[in-house]
Write a new protein. Structure first.
Length: 57
């Protein structure tokens, strides 16, 4: 009886995907993908700048 009241308060009115374990997993996936893509773009730009510098005088 007392446990169900606490569970109801924790749940509140969230729709599916707006919180909890699934939301944290989704946010971690987005963060991981963002970091990987950012590092990839940085490597490509650094390589391009190095290559363009080598073509100079």
């Amino acid at each position: 009886m007392f446990v169900s009241g606490d569970k109801e308060r924790k749940r509140s009115c969230l729709l599916p995907g707006l919180g909890g374990r699934g939301y944290r997993r989704k946010q971690n996936l987005i963060l991981t993908c963002s970091i990987i893509i950012g590092l990839g773009v940085a490597v490509i730009l650094a390589t391009l700048m190095y290559w363009l510098d080598q073509l100079g005088p």
